[in-house]
Ligand binder design. Structure first.
Ligand SMILES: Cc1cc2nc3c(=O)[nH]c(=O)nc-3n(C[C@H](O)[C@H](O)[C@H](O)COP(=O)(O)O)c2cc1C
Length: 192
């Protein structure tokens, strides 16, 4: 079976991001199931707020072009999705929008079609960002990705890690690893 290639990133670049911390655990789960994971931070792929005039005048930003290269190389996406006001964060939506554009502009989608996606979210709140996951799932599905049913919204996420960054709640950590593992296995099956 071919080794699945996954691209992992979080929709937050905040210092001490809970989603970034959760993503590291899910990435470990994907790697344990044999995936080759490229884990990046969106801080390294800056993009202005999408505007079609800007795109027409200046083309795509370097950050979008470089991230598209990583999307193109990946068989699947592992995304940690913070929830703002019950939905996707502006950073994640802006990133998905830029990547959705064809290289020469215009509606795209080829960077998503046929790829798998696995979603997690984390919040200090009681729902763990679950409402936002519904929206991210819908957006990625519209773009042609196959979003796996396994997902996890981690509530009380501010209490999950000790000061050393190691998860203190092993049961939750295992659930996170399971999402990464499920994505690795499903992707491997789909690419054959
Ligand atoms: C504008 C804004 C809206 C938010 N709305 C929600 C929300 O609807 N549900 C929730 O659980 N947390 C909400 N939060 C709290 C975030 O989930 C929390 O800051 C979380 O730690 C962000 O993810 P990060 O730690 O990965 O940066 C909101 C935060 C901001 C700044």
């Amino acid at each position: 079976m071919t080794q699945p290639k996954l691209l992992a990133f979080a929709g937050s670049t905040r210092k001490g991001s809970l989603n970034e911390a959760m993503l590291r655990v899910a990435v470990a789960g994907a790697q344990a199931e044999g995936a080759d994971v490229t884990h990046v931070t969106l801080a390294d792929y800056p993009m202005p707020l999408f505007n079609q005039d800007l795109e027409a005048e200046q083309g795509e930003p370097d950050g979008a072009a470089r991230l598209k290269t990583l999307f193109a190389a990946a068989d699947g996406l592992l995304i940690a999705c913070p929830e703002y006001n019950g939905s996707i964060t502006p950073l994640l939506k802006n990133t998905l929008d830029w990547v959705s554009r064809k290289d020469a502009g215009g509606p795209g989608g080829r960077y998503y079609k046929g790829k798998t996606a696995g979603l997690i979210s984390a919040s200090a709140g009681r729902l763990g960002g679950m409402r936002g996951l519904v929206h991210v799932r819908q957006i990625l599905t519209n773009l042609g990705a196959v979003v796996i049913p396994e997902q996890l919204a981690v509530f009380g996420a501010d209490k999950l890690f000790g000061d050393d960054g190691v998860p203190e709640d092993e049961a939750r950590a295992e659930q996170l690893r399971d999402v990464g593992g499920a994505l690795a296995r499903t992707t491997a099956k789909l690419i054959g």
